[in-house]
Design a protein around this ligand. Sequence first.
Ligand SMILES: Cc1ncc(COP(=O)(O)O)c(C=O)c1O
Length: 364
Amino acid sequence: MNIAELINPKIRTQPIYEPGKPIEEVAREIGLDLNEICKLASNENPLGASPLAIQAATHALSKVHLYPDGASYYLKESLSQHWNLEPNQFTLGNGSNEVIELIGHAFLKDGDEVLMGSQAFIVYKLVTLLFGAIPVEVEMPDYKHDLSRMLDKVHDKTKLVFLPSPNNPTGTANTENEIYEFVRALPDSVIFCFDEAYAEYNQEAPNLLPLIEEGRKVIGLRTFSKIYGLAGLRIGYSYSNSKISGLLNQVREPFNINSIAQVAAVAALKDKNHVITCREQNKVGRDLWSEELEALGIPYIPSQANFILAEVGNAQKLFFELQDKGVITRPMKPYGLENHLRISIGTCEQNKHAVEVLKGIYNK
Ligand SMILES: Cc1ncc(COP(=O)(O)O)c(C=O)c1O
């Protein structure tokens, strides 16, 4: 029998996530040295992880012949102190990406509707489709989530709402009041997932805890991939009431968090100064990009995150031109934004270099 006949019918049309290009791949393709490549494509932390996290991770290498602690006891204890919540209110994932999938496993079935913005982080749509549910994409005027429009789309088939703030790729954020009003207006049958992957970059990030205390069905989603600089270790988590986290934990793979990620995350969480430095450096870089884009006459969307979305015209063409010169960015065609390029904020040096390369192309 042909393998195609054996496929789960949902998978036949399942779109595939397109990640940012790894430095090694671009170096191979265009024959540049690894050191000549500047990757501003995946919203990573260009300053790297806290030295404390690196130290803890290095130390943990001597124990990799042992399975990790499947319950991630120490990491949950650290998170519990960090948030002032109980350890059983957390669910850890191999990146917050995995937690998004756990939410799908736990809650989504054929025909459920899942609300999301039309330019919201694309994984929500992919996970929704994977579980046979229906993505309902709500227009985002000015590239920002319009919560009253979203509320209008809620009806009896709505199971879940995804809301990222700041959103990737637009960098736009919703205020605490907007979120509170929206969540309090949702019917009790709807789960609200608030994705805070970039919250540490946003000085005015909403506090979800009062909504959890009120007994709302909300899930906060966090990651160590962004400001904590641990993207390569794959570690993220959710916090919620213990009933929801119990369900999410029930559907996860027993050893989904490796031992190195567990200790690195504990150490990263402790290093508050590193977070502050990274946030400040990011702001300097973001301001530089905003000024330079403005000077070049390139419209951009003011960002609360560690990237900036620029309306460059033919984004695919510019992406290749930049890549030929060793600067990797991200064209936003998968989001229906063919004229937009997303540029992650790099180190001071990377930003200046990439700006010069961009100017060279524009002033040709
Ligand atoms: C909004 C948002 N949420 C979640 C993620 C997933 O991050 P990770 O799986 O690395 O924790 C990303 C990654 O880019 C993101 O942009």
